[in-house]
Ligand binder design. Structure first.
Ligand code: HEM
Length: 524
């Protein structure tokens, strides 16, 4: 995984948990008992996300390779097997976080990884690359009134044997609980408005900690799990499942909290990585030590170039944890468009209080950059010289050897670019170097979210529009190009971190691209 990558947005979402640059996913599940915004007390985001992810995956058929974690749950929330508002709430939360480079299914899987870690649970390796279904899949989520044989068969279809089924159910039913409003046949008399208007009865005494109490209480007889000790034995599916191997799995979980966590880590990893045949997941995301964050090269209306954005530094050592960002030297040193060096080609990255950020996985700091780049000499790559404090020798981070690459051939021009509302064209201006040969093709791929019939889900729509040559620009090195297109997204997702557009130009027979430009904020 080398920057830039199609998974940069998800890597940032994995690393930046709260504060500057974070997309709000971890805040939504902090504390672990956190309730969906505007919803009843007693509901728990972490539990709803985990249950939703399981219900999305639970329709997988290992014989046909159909189903799995593919976001099809977005079309299935009105099925009886998905009863309750949890799935819709989850779809509404993750929908706007989708983008061309982060599917709903990836967002949901990542949400579960972050939420469980945030509740004190295991580190579940996260692999990106899930592809969203465009319609509902087959039904098949297990129901509590079904027999043990039915459940064993359902988990076998999903790819899990009986021991793994017991584990996966315990790993799910350690947070959250059963709600009387949706399961009156299982829970009775728990609705105590206003404290508990939906009548939730938790699976164990630590519903807001990801721990082995579900097993400890099951074994020591203090169990409150309504699917074990409920008044209606027909719906006591956890009782049948947990005892299916003579309680051996639950005993091993109760005896060793760390064994429970590690086993849940690997079972949930498998659950999240159960995807339709043909979907190839990427490598496990490990935080990069030094990474550009929304770093972009822009053409301004005075004929100059501006490099702006942030440099992110992540570490897991005690020195990293103790670092004071105000005392961290961070310098960006670039090479010009011909790979040449010059002592003037450098800029200091600065930290400010408002840039404070945290990560569930270690210490993270961001430093901002804004520097003019002379178009005459341009830029082709850079390295970052940095240290955890001003007394330490500098480390040079060079992105695995060849530096962090940048191109200055095709660039977005903010001036004159604007966002149309519904039924009104958007305009995007670009500049392209005029000294590198013929421009045989130049176009934009603009991706936005769109609503879909039969679902609360948003889908990604990409519009391709060709640029036309306008003429000179304010720089002798660049010509101006423009394009106009109907985006019709009605300002649905004005999130510059998420919505983006890519520019492409074939110049002198070579293709150059400027990827992930931010959403257009200026109205036309
Ligand atoms: C035979 C298999 C299963 C059955 C019959 C079953 C049944 C149920 C039922 C009836 C509820 C109550 C839902 C509500 O009131 O909102 C529930 C909640 C839950 N289930 Fe399962 N479940 C099964 C497997 C799993 C698995 C494998 C996971 C995840 C690994 C899981 C995760 C959860 C979570 C986190 C909740 C709490 C939801 C909340 O508090 O909002 N379940 N389950």
């Amino acid at each position: 995984y080398i920057w830039p990558s199609q998974y940069d947005i998800l890597e940032d979402a994995y690393v930046l948990s709260s504060g500057f640059g974070s997309d709000g996913t971890v805040d939504e599940v902090t504390p672990c008992s956190a309730t969906p915004a505007g919803n009843s007390p007693g509901r728990q985001n972490t539990a709803e996300w985990l249950r939703t992810a399981y219900h999305d995956m639970a329709t997988y058929n290992s014989a046909t390779g159909l189903g799995g974690l593919d976001g099809s749950i977005q079309f299935e929330t009105d099925r009886p097997e998905n009863i309750g508002t949890a799935m819709n709430t989850t779809v509404q939360f993750f929908g706007p976080l989708q983008s061309k480079r982060s599917s709903f299914a990836d967002r949901l899987a990542l949400g579960v990884v972050l939420a469980i870690k945030n509740c004190g649970g295991p580190t579940i390796p996260f692999r990106p690359g899930r592809i969203d279904a465009t319609e509902a899949g087959a039904p098949g989520v297990p129901q509590p009134e079904q027999s043990l044989e039915t459940h064993v068969a359902a988990f076998a279809r999903q790819g899990f044997n009986m021991t793994e089924m017991i584990g996966l159910v315990a790993c799910g039913h350690t947070v959250g609980g059963v709600h009387e409003v949706d399961f009156p046949q299982t829970v009775h008399g728990a609705i105590t408005t206003p404290d508990n208007p939906e009548g939730v009865v938790h699976f164990d005494d630590s519903f807001d900690v990801y721990d082995n109490h579900i097993a400890v209480q099951y074994i020591d007889g203090t169990n409150t799990d309504p699917l074990v000790v409920g008044f209606n034995t027909t719906t006591n599916s956890d009782a049948r499942i947990f005892s299916a191997d003579g309680n051996r799995t639950m005993q091993s979980f109760a005896a060793d909290p760390n064994f429970f966590l590690s086993r849940c880590g690997s079972l949930l990893e498998r659950m999240l990585n159960t995807v339709p045949a043909g979907v190839a997941l990427g490598d496990v995301i490990e935080p990069l030590e030094v990474k550009p964050h929304q770093l972009r090269l822009f053409f301004d209306n005075t004929g100059g170039l501006t490099l702006s954005g942030d440099i992110r530094i992540f570490g897991t050592t005690s020195i990293a944890a103790a670092a004071d960002p105000a005392d961290m030297p961070v310098t960006l040193v670039w090479t010009d468009r011909n790979g040449g060096k010059n002592s003037n080609y450098s800029t200091t990255a600065t930290w400010d209080d408002f840039m404070a950020a945290t990560s569930l996985w270690g210490a993270v700091q961001l430093f901002s950059i804004s520097t003019p780049i002379d178009p005459a000499t341009g830029i082709s790559s850079f390295v970052v010289d940095w240290a955890y404090n001003s007394q330490l020798p500098l480390t040079t981070s060079d992105n695995g050897g060849s530096g962090f690459p940048l191109q200055d051939v095709v660039l977005f021009q903010r001036t004159g670019s604007c966002h149309g509302t519904v039924d009104q064209n958007s305009t995007v201006n670009a500049v392209i170097r005029n000294d590198m040969g013929d421009v045989t093709s130049a176009y934009i791929e603009y991706t936005h979210s769109a609503t879909q019939i039969g679902s609360m889900a948003l889908k990604q729509v990409t519009i391709r529009a060709d640029f036309v040559h306008v003429g000179n620009s304010t720089s002798p090195f660049y010509d101006t190009y423009t394009t106009s297109f109907l985006s019709n997204d009605g300002f649905l997702t004005l999130n510059a971190d998420i919505v983006s557009f890519d520019l492409f130009a074939v110049v002198g027979g070579k293709t150059y691209s400027s990827l992930d430009n931010p959403q257009l904020f200026t109205g036309c």
